[in-house]
Design a binder for this molecule. Structure first.
Ligand SMILES: [Zn+2]
Length: 202
């Protein structure tokens, strides 16, 4: 028998993507048990987790330039004068930025869409603020825009849509090479595969 407070914790954890109810329940039981057994309840996992969640929410902002999560108005990557400001890499999520950064092959700037076009779920060009991307490419004079949306139907459709939007600006537009397996998401691929997809972009 699980009581309402614990039931709620399981339900909230179950809202996280890719977890499932069984894993959510295991995590909830683990958090409560280990926290009850902790020597100092105020330094327990439950307490630290709650603090970390609220802290992240309070201090994290979306970079006004690229959309990366950061703690100031403009992120460190956008402010870094050693980055190549002629190349822009467009990704779905901040976790994709992490995957690309881990390879070390890309030294340019990023643009995070925070999603992909999904008309059935009501996510259109406006929801992704694609006009901001066009304005940015126009204003900052990038020479190359690398479309690194994931290799699934929505990712391809989004890349095609953005290509049409940017083409009139005369900028070189490339797409990551097809070395990425179908349905493969950057964040789950190994460094070598992501590096190769970058080098072989067309
Ligand atoms: Zn930024």
């Amino acid at each position: 028998v699980t009581y309402p407070a614990l039931e709620r914790l399981i339900a909230e954890l179950n809202r996280l993507p890719g977890l499932g109810e069984r894993t959510a329940a295991r995590m909830a039981y683990y958090i409560v048990r280990s926290s009850k057994q902790a020597h100092a309840p105020h330094a327990s996992l439950a307490h630290d987790l709650a603090q970390a969640l609220l802290g992240a929410l309070e201090h994290t902002h979306m970079c006004s330039e690229c959309g990366i999560w950061c703690e100031s108005d403009v992120c460190n990557t956008c402010q870094n004068i050693h980055r190549n400001n002629r190349q822009l890499c467009v990704v779905e999520n901040v976790s994709d930025v992490r995957a690309v950064e881990n390879t070390g092959v890309f030294k340019g700037l990023y643009h995070v869409l925070h999603g992909v076009l999904a008309p059935l779920q009501g996510i259109g060009p406006e929801e992704l603020k694609l006009n901001r991307l066009v304005e940015r490419v126009h204003a900052q004079g990038f020479e190359e825009v690398i479309l690194a949306t994931n290799a699934h139907v929505e990712g391809d459709a989004t890349a095609m849509y953005i290509t049409q939007l940017l083409q009139p600006l005369g900028v070189k537009i490339t797409r990551l090479a097809s070395g990425i397996p179908r349905g493969g998401e950057l964040e789950y691929l190994d460094k070598a595969t992501v590096s190769k997809a970058f080098q072989d972009r067309r």
